[in-house]
Design a protein around this ligand. Structure first.
Ligand code: TPP
Ligand code: MG
Length: 346
């Protein structure tokens, strides 16, 4: 018999308040000794190396976009290249905590995520598995190019493979990770857990949730991360994904053996911008909502607008709608009454 859920009007219509727990912000406390113990000296050096490799990769792309050349090599790249310079630590830190079985789905700004996840997976895979993935991919075509670039061992060959496959994809070449058909915003490499990225702002929230649901239903290992920007908080589908990921039925109706809600993490890269708008203070409403709803017991400060100049009401006197201006001009010439209202037909 299916489980059923009773909705009791006496309960659901009872007077009450909804309490929302406070959400900690910026709560990471830096502790080098602890991190060093957790990741080891070599682990930390590998992270720094990955961060520098990603910075160099994107600095090169930037040089090609801006100057049409890099290190004396001229190249006209007509496609897009959304850089994530300054966000390297976030993607490398994330990738270091993930296993090859974990999936990440990104956005239009995902070069760093692809490289970091692939570097991390290549380091964590067994050598035979790594070799086989590279040899099997596109019949060894991408590996063939990677082998022509200087390398000393399997690890440095894998690095060549990852950098070459991603770059060839960005430059729309057929040895690229998606045969050059995707380009900068649709580069990815699924065998290492770097899943398809896409340019629809917030689009990966839903796709990643579907992927996590797939993992949960089929008992597959690993978690899924949706890597999206701060401006995607303004997109309805992102909220829809978060609702789908946290439905009550995982706890109330699904058998316990299914394992509960899908294993998803929504990660918002907060770079404080969404195209030309600043999410903080301009295009989003969270600070306003926070000010209007202070924690219980605290009254809103009468001077709150001093702290939030963007919330200060516009001085009405300065606003002049075109129609008001026209009406005033007509009134001054005594023409308004005749024009504004048509005489009623008897
Ligand atoms: C659904 C949708 N709306 C608008 C756009 C145009 N667009 C491209 S990037 C962008 C801003 C994205 O900001 P954010 O999500 O914070 O990512 P960031 O560029 O800061 O990394 C917008 C609005 C789009 N690609 N998709
Ligand atoms: Mg942003």
């Amino acid at each position: 018999m299916p489980k059923s859920i009773t909705v009791n009007p006496a309960d659901v219509r009872k007077k009450g308040t909804l309490e929302i727990p406070s959400i900690p912000l910026n709560s990471y406390v830096r502790n080098f000794a602890k991190e060093s113990k957790l990741y080891g000296g070599n682990g930390l050096k590998a992270m720094l190396r990955d961060m520098i490799a990603i910075r160099e990769f994107e600095t090169m792309l930037n040089s090609i976009k801006i100057k049409g050349s890099w290190n004396g090599v001229e190249y006209n790249h007509r496609g897009p290249a959304h850089l994530s310079i300054g966000q390297e630590a976030a993607v490398v830190g994330q990738a270091a905590a993930l296993d090859p079985d974990d999936f990440i789905f990104g956005s239009h700004r995902s070069h760093g995520e692809i490289l970091a996840k692939c570097f991390s997976a290549a380091r964590k895979l067994e050598p035979e598995a790594l070799q086989k993935i590279m040899a099997d991919f596109l019949g060894g075509e991408t590996l063939g190019y990677a082998e022509r670039i200087g390398h000393t061992d399997l690890a440095s060959l894998a690095e060549n493979f990852i950098l070459f496959g991603t770059l060839a994809e960005i430059f729309a070449r057929k040895a690229g990770f998606t045969r050059g058909l995707g380009g900068s915003m649709h580069a990815f490499f699924t065998p290492f857990g770097s899943m398809p990225n896409n340019a629809i702002v917030g689009g990966s929230a839903d796709i990643a949730t579907g992927s996590a649901l797939y993992k949960r239903i089929n008992g597959k290992p690993g978690i899924v991360i949706s890597n999206i920007g701060d401006a995607s908080m303004g997109c309805g589908p992102v909220w829809e994904a978060m609702m789908l990921a946290s439905m009550d039925q995982y706890r109330t109706l699904w058998p316990e053996s299914a394992g509960g809600a899908p294993p998803i993490l929504f990660n918002f890269f907060n770079n404080f911008y969404g195209m030309g708008g600043q999410t903080s203070g301009e295009t989003m409403g969270c600070r306003g909502a926070q000010e209007e709803n202070p924690p219980r017991g605290q009254r809103p400060s009468p001077s709150r607008h001093h702290h939030l100049p963007h919330l200060r009401p516009l001085p009405l006197g300065r606003i002049q709608l075109p129609d008001q201006g026209r009406d005033r001009a007509l009134a001054e010439r005594g023409l308004d009454s005749g024009l504004r209202r048509l005489p009623r037909k008897e």
